[in-house]
Write a protein that binds this ligand. Structure first.
Ligand code: ADP
Ligand code: ZN
Ligand code: ZN
Length: 739
């Protein structure tokens, strides 16, 4: 104890690679009374200034008083983060073995992280006037930009913010000015409601029995922690169940936090919430600008937003009157952050619900094995919605054996006939292929040369539209070769099929029908995805071809045929979760077909129609498949029956990662207890990526506490290893991908 007893020391969580907090002297003229945990303080950090969060005050420091630096200023007059959020951060920091300051930085919107005042910014919204409501498309046909804006505003009477408008169209300002001048649109400064509205116009659909039971079961447990799996087949009306639970939560004066997958946060879903509850939603997604994000965050914190909808990071949103947490499509991989602070939003949400003493509902048609295991252990109650809501019937699933078939753009005659049949009946078809670009391989037919990425152990994908070759792992790209660089032959052949190539085949085969391709390339431009989906909903596009982006969540009532063009990709993956993922994907794609009165059909092209996964899934359904696969996981001692942590290392020098991991392994063996198994180190499945060599060491433990005890003792010592200076290393607790 070197410091003077009467000193006022601030323990501050500062973003950076640190263990625990840093100590500072209180800023000048700052009394102990004015300080509370959860306030932001500006502090010197190395040569920079940064913003940290006060965790607690103390009178002693382990550091001598003369070596302590004073904090620069106190940024908040009252705590910005409540004690429960500080506790949540501390838990997440311990559980994921990630620095507390970094965890807290992840909690805060950018504006607050950079020291801005925690005050509601004024947002502008544009809204249709009553004069504007009666304007018809003909009145503005000479100003197409205005016509588009007018049409959107007429369809969203609550108005749109700047970023919502920019979603569709980046250059809308001058057209909007013209509409305002004509008196058809007004621009308002959005003022937050002073009190939280608790009553809404009743627009609820009358529920079927299974939905009723689910709503009642959850609403009977609003006063304490309870975990529920809402296990409802696709189209069974899970969203309707959420909406009616939320209505009751709000009526009790409490807030609902709804988490959805990245791609699930579509205007379609937001519209469903906002038509039901008005525009008192706080929506947190990546498209927001800094003020909008701050606005939504503060509304949630002040208790002025009854409903908060967001993607992964919204799990940390402050809630003044927490009432419930709902996670839609809980099996979705986007809930796991794959770099930096590698948390799983679903798992954090469960801990948080427990902490706050509120229920949590996990919804899915294809629950993750982790969640099914928790149901089996009695941790969550299962609420089933076994049938589709309304008139919709479950679709029929069938495989198409591709072996020795004549293929046209990877489409078999059987699939082409089915597509033609559904199109002739006036319906839409949806085709899934998880590979963008034209072809995944470019081969020289003369000498066998294959186009490789120079920086990765991977092939370059040929993008025909751009006439370029791209690496899908590191982003490297180059112009298409005219000649083989090895033998100068011009016989370069694209091998295999990506979405561009299948699109071409579909256009050749069905020239009379409009075909839309939905992948990351075709939706790069802002608003492009929404435009394509709008054109699909209006019936303009009849064939929809896409990757993952198309598989999830969308409700396209005219789709009667859904097809998986190549199921084989997922059947033999190296990851032990490959089967689980494939089964979820097939069921989710199938879920896009036949969502209204017309029956749906689902076709799965494969060279392995007798593969056990496909057989079980198609004849007995997802839950039978899951039960069988879970039994195998138990047998093989894999999650969820054991707990994993993955230590990864990467470096530009080829042998550095393995050398570091070998040393790490030696240290781990010294402290490992009986229930710990250390596997590896081994090179990562794709050893070289973006010019760096990668390797990994897996830690497995039967008891979670044992795993954490090992990590607590082991990780700090890794920083001291000489080989550690030559690599970048990180730890991933509960890794979802073994790459
Ligand atoms: P899920 O989220 O389970 O895929 P949705 O909530 O999107 O299902 O519901 C699918 C469709 O069924 C929607 O068009 C919805 O309006 C409708 N629906 C939901 N519940 C009912 C009900 N009780 N009666 C009639 N239609 C319903
Ligand atoms: Zn060649
Ligand atoms: Zn690459």
């Amino acid at each position: 104890m070197n410091s003077e007893p009467e000193a006022l020391i601030l323990q501050v969580a500062v973003p950076g690679p640190l263990h625990g907090c840093l100590d500072y002297l209180a800023p000048p003229h700052c009394s102990a009374q004015s300080l509370s945990p959860g306030m932001r303080v500006q502090v010197p950090f190395g040569k920079r200034k940064t913003v940290g969060v006060l965790i607690q005050t103390a009178t002693h420091s382990r550091i001598a008083a003369q070596r302590l630096r004073p904090a620069l200023s106190l940024l908040d007059p009252e705590p910005l983060l409540s004690p429960d959020l500080i506790e949540l951060s501390a838990w997440a920091s311990r559980y994921y073995h990630h620095p507390l300051g970094e965890v807290m930085a992840a909690l805060l919107p950018t504006a607050l992280r950079s020291g801005q005042a925690a005050q509601l910014p004024t947002l502008r919204i544009w809204r249709i006037t009553s004069a504007g409501k009666s304007v018809s498309a003909d009145d503005v046909k000479r100003a197409p930009r205005q016509a588009v804006l007018l049409d959107r505003l007429q369809r969203t009477p609550n108005g749109l913010t700047g970023s919502e408008l920019s979603e569709h169209e980046t250059t809308w300002h001058s057209a909007m000015r013209a509409l305002v001048e004509k008196g058809w649109v007004e621009c308002l400064s959005q003022v937050a409601p002073q009190t939280m509205p608790t009553e809404y116009t009743p627009q609820d659909i009358s529920l079927n029995d299974a939905q009723h039971h689910a709503v009642d079961a959850v609403c009977a447990s609003l006063d304490g922690f309870a975990g529920f799996l809402l296990d409802g087949v696709t189209g069974s009306g899970k969203t309707e169940v959420y909406l009616q639970i939320i209505r009751r939560v709000i009526a009790a004066g409490r807030q609902a936090l709804v988490l959805v997958p990245e791609i699930g946060l579509t205007p379609q879903l937001i519209n469903r919430f906002s038509t039901r509850f008005g525009h008192t939603l706080a929506v947190l997604h990546s498209g927001l600008n800094d003020s909008e994000r701050l606005h939504a965050w503060l509304l949630a914190r002040n208790g002025q937003a009854p409903i908060i909808i967001g993607t992964r990071s919204a799990v940390f949103t402050p809630l003044q009157k927490p009432g419930i947490i709902i996670i839609d499509e809980e099996h979705d991989l986007s809930f796991k952050q794959q770099d930096g602070f590698r948390y799983h939003a679903r798992d954090v949400a469960v801990w948080r619900a427990h902490q706050l003493g509120i229920p949590i509902v996990l919804g899915s048609a294809t629950p993750s094995f982790e969640t099914l295991y928790n149901v089996e252990r009695g941790r969550y109650a299962r609420l089933e919605l076994p049938a589709r809501a309304g008139e919709a019937k479950p679709p029929r699933l069938r495989t198409i054996d591709m072996r020795s078939q004549k293929l046209e753009g990877n489409l078999s005659p059987g699939l082409l006939q089915a597509i033609a049949r559904h199109l002739d009946q006036g319906n839409q078809v949806l085709l899934f292929l998880n590979r963008r670009g034209f072809a995944p391989t470019l081969l020289c037919h003369q000498c066998g040369w294959v186009a490789q990425c120079r920086r990765c152990d991977a092939r370059l994908t040929y993008h025909q539209g751009l006439r370029r070759l791209r690496c899908h792992h590191c982003g490297a790209e180059q112009a298409m070769f005219e000649h083989c660089p090895d033998c100068s032959s011009s016989e370069l052949r694209p091998l295999g099929h990506g979405t561009e190539r299948v699109e071409q085949a579909l256009r050749d085969h069905f020239p009379q029908f409009s075909c839309a391709r939905i992948d990351r390339d075709s939706t790069r431009r802002k608003g492009a995805l929404q435009q394509i989906l709008d054109d699909a909903l209006s019936g303009h596009h009849r064939i929809l071809l896409g990757t993952q982006m198309l598989a999830k969540g969308h409700h396209l009532p005219k789709v009667t045929l859904a097809a998986i063009i190549d199921a084989d990709q997922g059947l033999f993956g190296v990851d032990f979760r490959a089967g689980e993922r494939m089964a979820q994907l097939i069921i989710q794609v199938a879920g896009r077909a036949g969502r209204s009165a017309q029956a749906g059909e689902v076709l799965i092209q494969t060279h392995h129609p007798d593969h056990p996964l496909l057989r079980t899934l198609l004849t007995e359904g997802y839950h039978h498949y899951a039960a069988a696969a879970l039994a195998e996981r138990r047998e093989a001692e894999l999650p969820p029956y054991v707990n994993l942590a993955l230590l990864r290392a990467e470096a530009t020098a080829a042998d550095a990662p393995l050398r570091f991991l070998d040393e790490a392994l030696r240290l781990a063996k010294e402290i490992a207890t009986a229930g710990i198994i250390l596997l590896g180190p081994i090179p990562s499945p794709m050893e070289r990526r973006a010019g760096r060599y990668r390797a990994q060491l897996l830690v497995q433990a039967t008891q979670r506490s044992e795993l954490h005890r090992l990590l607590d003792a082991w990780l700090p010592s890794l920083s001291q290893l000489p080989a550690g200076r030559k690599v970048r290393w990180s730890v991933d607790v509960d890794p979802m991908e073994m790459v």
